[in-house]
Design a protein around this ligand. Structure first.
Ligand code: ATP
Ligand code: MG
Length: 423
């Protein structure tokens, strides 16, 4: 039996890849405009990094990690997310010694052992940004407005931006107590996972997708109710700046993030049209994380966006640009001598940046012309024995059906002129 790709992974073939490139290019432009620089970290890390950086109590660490022993008996994990690695790199490369804040972005595959379904894969891709070394509300607002403006640039509509503050460890402790008190009497009505969360991470119960849990938690104290003065002032300022930036958002006091290290601002972006997996971006402030993984106390904030889900939203909303194949010319060489001459001409055209192809299988004229049409080439460049004898090249315009001849020595110049004019 032929070997198949692993469950929850995808092959991205030509045709689909162009859509990815369009999204990636747009992301890179927006990041450049906002002054964020790219960072690339390893695809696997010491398991302990994620245990500490993502948090022992999270679903990711509890059940979703691809963990293995390498041949030296070290426990390694394929990265399930990007933030912990970026923070490790910040500490390890002493980026805290540079002017602060450090504004970084990353893009690439992440790995989680999840039940594959629409919008949920085992290898998926995230674009994310992290700002390290600044705790001002302006930073929070910049990060949220970056992703908001990316979505505007892409033309996405029907966006729901939810914003909340989960507070600092001081207000969190107070909230935890109130929440446990509220839930205590109905603890046995919660799902099995949430019953476990009750002690470990009760905040996560507010985030449970189970309808029966949602019924129990409706009316539960929110993180909002216990915000300290400092966190509350910070939050109000973030909201005011989001108004200035024109971000359309909704304050959602029930929004919590699954990760332990989040403090203050938390946010999520949803597009309902793409189905049950509607979250296309999640993020927030994590002022405790860098210290957690052994670095100096450093405030941080960031988000991660699911590339596959954004592409689905763009498809559903018909916002992807028309596919263009873009082959400028197909060289048709007949016979070995013509092949030599043509091969050399092709090199010269490519060196000038023109996308050109030639037949690689020694087919006849008719078959080669067919191939030129199939690849939507604008021109066929025909070099037969007869043309070669006269040192001429026949240029056939496949759109207009016209043809003309140019001396071979002038071919590059002539074709470049057409290419520059876009005809
Ligand atoms: P979810 O609630 O959908 O599991 P999450 O809270 O686990 O999301 P994050 O860890 O915040 O997600 O990741 C940020 C974004 O990455 C999500 O909003 C989503 O768009 C995307 N994402 C997360 N897990 C997957 C996955 N398994 N497949 C595809 N995209 C994913
Ligand atoms: Mg998840």
């Amino acid at each position: 039996m032929a070997i198949q790709r692993p469950k929850g992974t995808q092959d991205l073939l030509p045709g689909a890849v162009e859509q990815w490139q369009y999204l990636e290019d747009t992301i890179r432009s927006v990041c450049r405009e906002y002054g964020y620089e790219e960072i690339r970290t390893p695809m696997f890390e010491a398991t302990e990094l994620f245990q500490r950086g993502v948090g022992q109590t999270t679903d990711i660490v509890q059940k979703e990690m691809y963990t293995f022993l390498d041949k030296g008996d070290r426990s390694m994990t394929l990265r399930p997310e990007g933030t912990a690695s970026v923070c490790r790199a910040y500490v390890e490369n002493k980026l805290h010694g540079q002017p602060q804040p450090v504004k970084l972005y990353y893009m690439g595959p992440m790995f989680r052992y999840e039940r594959p379904q629409s919008g949920r894969f085992r290898q998926f891709h995230q674009f994310g940004v992290e700002v390290l070394g600044a705790d001002q509300p302006l930073v929070d607002a910049e990060v949220i407005s970056l992703v908001w403006n990316l979505y505007q640039r892409l033309g996405l509509t029907q966006l729901e931006v939810h914003v909340n503050s989960v507070g600092c460890p001081v207000c969190r402790a107070k909230h935890r107590e109130q929440l446990q008190e509220f839930l205590a009497s109905r603890r046995n009505e919660l799902c099995k996972d949430c019953q476990e969360r009750f002690e470990r991470n009760p905040l996560r119960i507010l985030d449970c997708k189970n309808l029966s849990c949602q019924a129990v938690t409706s009316g539960a104290p929110t993180t909002h109710d216990t915000l300290c003065q400092d966190c509350s002032t910070h939050f109000e300022r973030v909201l005011a700046l989001l108004d200035v930036a024109g971000v359309v958002y909704r304050v959602n006091p029930r929004l919590v993030r699954g990760l332990d290290y989040y403090t203050k601002t938390a946010f999520e972006v949803m597009v309902e049209e793409i189905g049950a997996q509607s979250a296309i971006c999640g993020g927030g402030r994590y002022d405790g994380l860098v210290e957690e993984i052994g670095g100096p106390p450093t405030p941080g904030i960031g988000f991660a966006m699911g590339i596959e889900r954004v592409l689905t939203a763009l498809q559903v909303q018909h916002k992807l640009p028309e596919e263009k194949t873009g082959l400028f010319a197909m060289l048709i060489a007949l016979g070995e001598k013509a092949q030599n001459e043509g091969f050399s001409l092709l090199g010269a055209l490519r060196a000038q940046g023109m996308p050109v192809n030639m037949d690689l299988q020694g087919r006849n004229l008719k078959a080669q012309l067919k191939a030129a049409n199939r690849q939507s080439a604008r021109y066929a460049l025909i070099l037969g024995e007869e043309e070669l004898e006269r040192n001429m090249l026949l240029i056939r315009d496949l759109t207009l059906g016209e043809q003309s001849e140019v001396p071979l020595v002038k071919a590059v110049e002539e074709l470049n002129k057409k290419y520059q004019r876009g005809v």
